[in-house]
Write a protein that binds this ligand. Structure first.
Ligand code: NDP
Length: 331
């Protein structure tokens, strides 16, 4: 079997040479463990932080140790009656074809007809709950409001915009990195307006898209986007600070917003959040979002890459915008 290990820590953008694909012996499950054949694994922006040695909200990956991350797979060897062979499970030992997983560190997935296992890495998994908790709890979205989301064609962002629309937003605006993504947002996902952040100053494009200002900003990007959203925000607007991918590869400290004084004058609320603090919403989230997905009212695009040998290129491509919706590696 094969696994991917961190070979060196990147400076700036990660490259393929930061990783190593290694052949290993098929592991044996010990007491309380099962052997899982991974079907698919996730590549996510937060993994860029785990490649660094410094403190981040997730601990760093060890050098020459297998990388970790979300994965779904099938139990292929088990002595635990509650986890028979053939069980579908979600766990955190991705970046490898087989994983020995402690039974208390996995979630059993009850297969639902028409719902592919990869859904539990995206719309029905961590990115979906991030969008749900960030929009409805952290930003406290209310019907009629104008919502702006950056990274809008990605896993989290594409859901945020649609969740807002499904709950009666007044106007939904997205930004993304290409003309194709922009038309996907407005023509396929029902965004009212979208722009390519390469096409000019974000603040000018946002002002044109939101002539009456914005009430909610869901920030996936940081930097210039955050500053622009502060400029265009209405009084009492709420910002859910989910991520700041524009700075993840930075080698120097990025500039902060230069317009922080408006936060006071406009009485803005800016709140950072981590999805892991909102797992109490899981049941409500699964029911609501599962319902939207099954009814066809919610689209959850996925970009697939096949083979463990292509997981690193998939991660690098995702960091550069090579995905629409959730980037998933099928193993
Ligand atoms: P995405 O599917 O959105 O993929 C990342 C996207 O980021 C790319 O597709 C690219 O799209 C965009 N991007 C890359 N560089 C830049 C840049 N310099 N400026 C603007 N956009 C850029 O990833 P996720 O949906 O998984 O994650 C989105 C954000 O949410 C990230 O910031 C992530 O860290 C955060 N996150 C936070 C969580 C939390 O608990 N707080 C949980 C999960 C995710 P484009 O073509 O548009 O540039």
């Amino acid at each position: 079997t094969r696994e991917i290990r961190l070979a060196s820590r990147p400076v700036g953008e990660p490259t393929e040479s930061n990783f190593r694909l290694v052949e290993t012996e098929l592991p044996e499950p010990g007491p309380g463990e099962v052997l899982v054949r991974n079907l698919a694994m996730s590549v996510d922006p937060y993994m860029r932080g785990r490649m660094n040695d410094g403190p981040s909200y997730a601990p760093p990956w060890g050098l020459d140790e297998p990388a970790t991350g979300g994965a779904v797979g099938t139990v292929v060897s088990s002595r635990l009656p509650e986890l028979p062979e053939g069980s579908l499970v979600l766990h955190y030992l991705g970046w490898r074809e087989h994983a020995v997983v402690p039974a208390d560190q996995l979630t059993v997935i009850q297969p639902v007809e028409g719902v592919a296992p990869t859904r539990y890495l995206g719309v029905l998994g961590m990115p979906g709950l991030t969008a749900y908790a960030g929009l409805f709890r952290v930003a406290a979205f209310q019907p009629g409001q104008t919502v702006f989301v950056s990274g809008a064609a990605g896993a989290v962002g594409s859901l945020v915009g649609q969740f807002a629309r499904l709950r009666g937003a007044g106007r939904v605006i997205g930004s993304a990195g290409s003309a194709a993504k922009v038309s996907f947002l407005t023509e396929e996902l029902g965004f009212d307006a979208a722009f390519d952040y390469h096409d000019g100053a974000v603040v000018d494009q946002l002002r044109r898209a939101a002539p009456d200002g914005i009430d909610v900003y869901f920030d996936n990007v940081g930097g210039e986007h955050l500053e622009a959203a502060i400029d265009v925000a209405n009084v009492h607007a709420r910002f859910a600070l989910c991520g700041s991918i524009s700075g993840y590869n930075a080698t120097e400290k990025p500039c902060g917003p230069s317009n922080m004084s408006q936060i006071t004058g406009k009485r803005l609320t800016l709140q950072g959040f981590l999805v892991g603090d909102h797992t109490d919403l899981q049941a409500e989230f699964a029911e609501t979002v599962g319902g939207w997905l099954r009814s066809g009212r919610l689209q959850a695009p996925e970009t697939f890459v096949d083979g463990l040998e292509n997981a690193v290129p998939a991660f690098i491509a995702m960091m550069r915008g090579g995905n629409v919706g959730k980037m998933v590696v099928r193993l």
